[in-house]
Design a protein around this ligand. Structure first.
Ligand code: GLU
Length: 383
């Protein structure tokens, strides 16, 4: 079976450096194995949808040089590649789980849920959840009669569909980066699969799409590791264990001082970009991009490749083709990778030195339009 991987951003704003690195590692892995790199837009969370974000993602990947083989713009046989366009299918899969007793309707209002949490807190339950025990005190198709459930649905009462997790079962899976992970369902929540607006949640849509798109490896950020046991259970519930993709969760990208996750604020404070290209939010807020700050796309990629992966040799400068050749998920580390703005500049400097004077002259022409090409080329050479 040929390798098929996907980069699946949600169009909620600019693509953070971590997102671009995820795209890059997926791309490198696909190319290394003569596989396909797919771009899928996960836009089922309408509350977080941001105008312009999808175009931004496409442009950013294009600038970085990470070209999808298949996906929203590239097309392909496994579409739609935008989740909102697959809405009807998710409902069918959710109906299937309900029919098989693996999921249920829940009618609780946000006040009901809040009350439940308060009650549990008073009873000193450390981590209040909707689970095998608490679900039996809530308004759902496990506690209400069949007639009442049908009646409520027919009269248009809002409902969600929740997964019915087993009460006390170990879920185990092997992550390529983190090795064995074991989580007991007692520590998990009956997560919502289908929301009251009829849209799937990330969990349902992600699993269904990875299955329908024949994804062989899921390579994504560590922030999704806590969701992985739920996804493993979904694969089991659907009977898709054999098709379950291999999982690889990439380490976090940390602030230069190593204390916490790198954020836009760190970039603002330290005077360095954390986004591939500049981003203007619908509110008019502008965030700096590597492109606009004078970084070469190749230097940016080279720097990103080393944020979590190491070649195992002394070589630091890699073209994209060389990265494809050298890359392996086995050489991705578990611990967070510190972003180093100085090293990032160093990478840029190396590429700058390698550029022909002619090319540099073309790049600076816009800021010195009156200077002759000949002179510009000469100055670039001297510099
Ligand atoms: N839509 C998720 C995100 O924004 C994708 C996570 C995944 O790759 O499964 O990161």
């Amino acid at each position: 079976m040929s390798v098929r991987v996907r980069f699946a951003p949600s169009p909620t704003g600019a693509l953070h450096i971590g997102g671009v690195r995820t795209a890059l590692y997926n791309y490198l892995f696909a190319k290394k194995h003569n596989g396909s790199f797919i771009l899928r837009i996960e836009d089922t969370d309408q509350a977080r949808f941001v105008e312009g974000a999808e175009t931004y993602i496409e442009e950013a990947l294009k600038w970085a040089g990470i070209t999808p083989d298949e996906g929203v713009n590239a097309g392909g046989d496994f579409g739609p590649y935008k989740q909102s366009e697959r809405k009807v299918r998710y409902k069918e899969f959710s109906d299937q789980l309900i029919a098989e007793g693996k999921a249920y309707y829940a009618f609780d209002t946000s006040e009901d849920l809040e009350d439940m949490r308060e009650r549990l807190k008073e009873a000193r339950v450390a981590n209040p959840q909707y689970n095998a025990i608490t679900r039996m005190q809530m308004s759902n198709s496990l506690t209400l009669s069949e007639e009442e459930v049908t009646e409520r649905i027919e009269r248009g009462d809002p409902y969600v569909v929740r997964i019915k997790l087993p009460r006390n079962e170990d879920v185990r899976f092997k992550d390529i980066v983190r090795d064995w992970v074991v989580v007991n369902t007692a520590a998990m929540d009956d997560k919502v699969l289908l929301k009251s607006d009829g849209m799937p949640t990330y969990h349902l849509a992600n699993v269904v799409d990875d299955y329908l798109m024949n994804i062989t490896h899921v390579i994504r950020g560590e922030e999704w590791l806590p969701s992985a046991p739920l996804h493993v259970l979904l694969y089991q519930f659907f009977g898709w264990e054999k098709q379950m993709p291999a999982l690889a969760h990439l380490p976090l990208i940390l602030k230069p001082n190593g204390k916490g996750k790198l954020s836009k604020r760190d970039g603002d404070a330290g005077g360095f970009p954390v986004f591939p290209i500049a981003w203007k939010s619908p509110e008019g807020e502008v965030a700096a991009g590597f492109r606009e700050s004078g970084y070469f796309a190749e230097a940016h990629l080279n720097m990103l490749a080393f944020l979590g992966w190491s070649a195992g040799t002394a070589q630091e400068l890699f073209s994209l083709a060389e990265l494809v050749e050298a890359f392996s998920l086995e050489r991705v580390g578990k611990s967070g990778a510190k972003f180093d703005p100085i090293k990032t500049k160093w990478f840029n400097e190396q590429y700058l030195r390698l550029k022909p004077d002619q090319e540099l002259a073309t790049l600076i022409k816009p800021i010195a339009p009156k200077v002759s090409d000949e002179l510009l080329i000469g100055v670039c050479g001297l510099m």
